[in-house]
Design a protein around this ligand. Structure first.
Ligand code: IVH
Length: 704
């Protein structure tokens, strides 16, 4: 045997032994060899690979220590969309288990109705609070790992995923040519707590919860850093496959995953009917606190895979599964103080500073008190013991004061009331409340530094005017150093020379930023409207307004005309022009009209769109395409479900080419619903509102 072939043989042997050891240690929790033996085998393999670089393979255990930093994560289009889960909520206020768990019982009823069965088997799985990933194995070797992203497209994080010890780089046993395995990457609590301590020791901001810590670890550009994070993985399903006969039941899929070498949670159990689901939910709730990782609820999945096809999915959520989350967790701690924060729209929010407390899977040291009325209503005082509540990703909140004895009551009463604000804590401006609103706002607009900073952050953000490289810190700098006072000043006051002298900027980055600013002048009307930051106008509404009016002049004219109707008795009669835009109701319409009626806003808008030669920022967008004339002129349509042989975009183009308009949600203003296969809630809503429903053939008939 030549030296080369024997080296190759030895390397393969070592890889096999090391992966076996990894599997025993990280998946089966039953190590067979000592750490020292492992290290010895590992360094032998490292040396072999260093001497014979052609022997390095992507499935080598040496790849688990991380490699060269990747410049960026490439986009990965999922071959099968990664769906999300429909949620059912517990109603703790309802009386008796039947009403408390009504949503879960409903889920089971719908499943039984579709499958025409009296009892249904489910698989109950813990809902791990981490990140869903997709792993592609070709002939048993991990070739690609990606994040879920938006379900359609994720990011290629293969290098980082390889560092997770319990995740097999090569499948065991018989393997198909292609299989996609899906599961959750998460950070066990011990690892999370260590990350918190390490960050604190370095004087850095610690991660807020295990989920964020796991997400941050996976998105490291340097996999060497990811390798140091004690991430874990549980597999819970498969995606695309070739040459593999999917078994009949989910429990068999899980068994197959175990055989291939994946860790599968030991907490997973088959259950029967809604009663079985509830019993499991109760039991795991009791175990929750002693688990080494955070779970935020339970997932119930139909066991019968053929039945899953019958049930299908509605708006990216399968009807054969449900996430049942634990109710929000509460804890007691001490109120150390109350600060007031001012947001982009001037909203003044009181924030409770708390003695740090671990609740709902995260360390909480700040909680919202919502608004000033809440402080009065709850009568919280600095020094009080308060109950705080935290559910999932929701911002923690102060529930109320804990008073258990007369002594506690007198201690509470001896404390000073929280001083409410009558002026903005940032700019000193007047704080006012709109009629019927609970939130007080600083009335100083962009003259308030907090509002200015927030407005600029929003203006440059990706979905708005999209200026890459102008982050929060840099915006704070240009406000102070370069006298930026409005979004228009970004175009008028920033140039390469001025930017280059700022802290942590160089000539090159200043030039790049100026290029990005320049490029952003060429935008769309929808982005421009969104960037203005009109309160309660999100991306979709901005786009709808842009489509409806086509030009700024037309929108301004409608907003102005509508002001006269502001005090009409019936809500429907207020702002009738703006309310004729899809999805715009009285509140949104009022906000739009008031925003454009404000002279300060108009001045900024004028400067933004004025030509550069006239001293403006020169923001512009393509003129609207003249609406096509056709059978659908004046008609508004909504598309739902899967259309045979036509993508949603193609269907929308077809409708627009015939003069129609396409919007996102069904309302009384919708003329037709174009429904394909697996149409769900939109179809139900259309039927309820009496909106005529068309299939593709009927639409084609209509337009000839
Ligand atoms: S199944 C249709 N199983 O929950 C199936 N997901 O809301 C979708 N998750 O993106 C995924 N534990 O990050 C599934 N046992 C489990 C899960 C689980 C946590 C997460 C996952 C997913 C999200 C869906």
């Amino acid at each position: 045997m030549s030296e080369k072939t024997s080296a190759a043989k030895r390397a393969a042997e070592l890889r096999q032994q090391l992966e076996q050891a990894n599997h025993r240690y990280y998946v089966l929790d039953a190590p067979e060899i000592s750490d020292a033996e492992y290290d010895q085998l590992f360094s032998e393999l490292q040396q072999l690979e260093a001497a014979n670089p052609e022997l390095k393979t992507p499935d080598s255990p040496t790849q688990r220590v991380g490699g060269a930093p990747s410049p960026m994560f490439a986009a990965v289009r999922h071959r099968q969309p990664m769906l999300s889960l429909r949620k059912a909520a517990i109603d703790l206020k309802a009386e008796g288990p039947e009403l408390q768990h009504a949503e879960l019982i409903d889920f089971d009823r719908r499943v039984r109705e579709v499958l025409l069965k009296a009892k249904v088997d489910y698989i109950a799985e813990p809902k791990l609070d981490g990140l869903a990933v997709s792993l592609i194995y070709e002939h048993g070797v991990l070739v690609q790992g990606a994040t879920r992203g938006d379900g359609e497209t994720g990011e290629d994080i293969t290098q980082n995923l390889r560092t997770i010890r319990s995740l097999p780089l090569r499948l065991r046993g018989e393997v198909p040519p292609l299989v996609e395995v899906r599961g959750e990457v998460f950070l066990p609590l011990a690892g999370f707590q260590k990350m918190v301590r390490d960050a604190e020791a370095r004087g850095e901001k610690p991660p807020v919860n295990p989920r964020n810590a796991a997400a941050g670890s996976l998105r490291q550009l340097e996999s060497v850093i990811t390798a140091k994070r004690p991430l874990a993985f549980y597999a819970y399903g498969t995606g695309v496959s070739e040459g593999w006969q999917q078994p009949a039941r989910h429990r068999d899929v899980l068994d197959q995953l175990k055989t291939w070498g994946f860790p599968v949670s030991e907490l997973i159990e088959p259950v029967t009917g809604a009663e079985g689901c509830l019993a499991y939910f109760e039991a795991i709730g009791k175990k929750r606190a002693s688990l080494p990782f955070d779970i935020d609820g339970v997932v119930f999945k139909l066991d019968d895979l053929a039945g899953r096809n019958e049930l299908g999915s509605v708006s990216r959520e399968p009807r054969w599964a449900v996430a049942y989350k634990f109710p929000a967790e509460e804890a007691e701690t001490t109120l150390l103080g109350v600060d007031f924060q001012v947001g982009r729209t001037g909203a003044v929010t009181p924030v409770a500073r708390l003695e740090p407390k671990f609740v709902g899977g995260a360390m909480v040291s700040n909680a919202t008190l919502h608004n000033m009325d809440e402080i009065l209503r709850k009568d919280v005082r600095v020094g009080d013991t308060v109950t705080i509540r935290r559910a999932g990703d929701v911002i923690p909140e102060v529930v109320g004061v804990v008073i258990r004895s007369d002594a506690e009551r007198s201690a509470h009463e001896a404390r000073a009331l929280v001083k409410l604000l009558d002026e903005c804590p940032v700019c000193g401006g007047a704080v006012a409340k709109e009629e019927g609103e609970a939130i007080a706002r600083c009335t100083n607009g962009l003259s308030c530094r907090a509002q200015l900073h927030g407005a600029l952050i929003h203006f440059v953000s990706r979905k708005a005017i999209d200026i890459d490289g102008l982050g929060e810190k840099l915006l704070a700098l240009v406000i102070d150093a370069l006298d930026v006072r409005t979004p228009a000043d970004i175009y008028l006051k920033l140039d390469a020379a001025k930017l280059a002298v700022l802290e942590r900027m160089g000539e090159k980055s200043a030039e790049n930023l100026v290029k990005a600013i320049d490029a952003s002048r060429d935008t769309t009307f929808g982005r421009f409207l969104f960037a203005l930051g009109i309160p309660v106008v999100g991306e979709t509404t901005a786009r709808d307004l842009a489509q409806h009016y086509g030009s700024l002049e037309a929108l301004l004219a409608a907003a102005e005309a509508d002001l006269a109707t502001e005090h009409a008795e019936k809500k429907k009669e207020r702002f009738p022009l703006l309310q004729s835009v899809p999805d715009v109701g009285p509140t949104v319409a009022a906000s739009i009209a008031h925003f454009f009626a404000e002279p300060r806003n108009r001045a900024v808008i004028d400067t933004l769109v004025k030509l550069r030669e006239d001293g403006g920022a020169g923001i512009h967008w393509p003129a609207p395409k003249a609406a096509a004339e056709g059978a659908l002129t004046g008609k508004t349509l909504v598309i739902t479900g899967t259309l045979p042989g036509l993508s949603r975009e193609e269907a929308a183009a077809l409708i627009e080419a015939n003069g129609g308009k396409v919007t996102g949600s069904v309302s009384a203003k919708t003329d037709f619903l174009l429904a394909g296969e697996a149409a769900g809630s939109k179809l139900a809503k259309a039927e309820k509102l009496g909106v005529p429903v068309l299939d593709l053939a009927a639409l084609r008939g209509l337009i000839g």
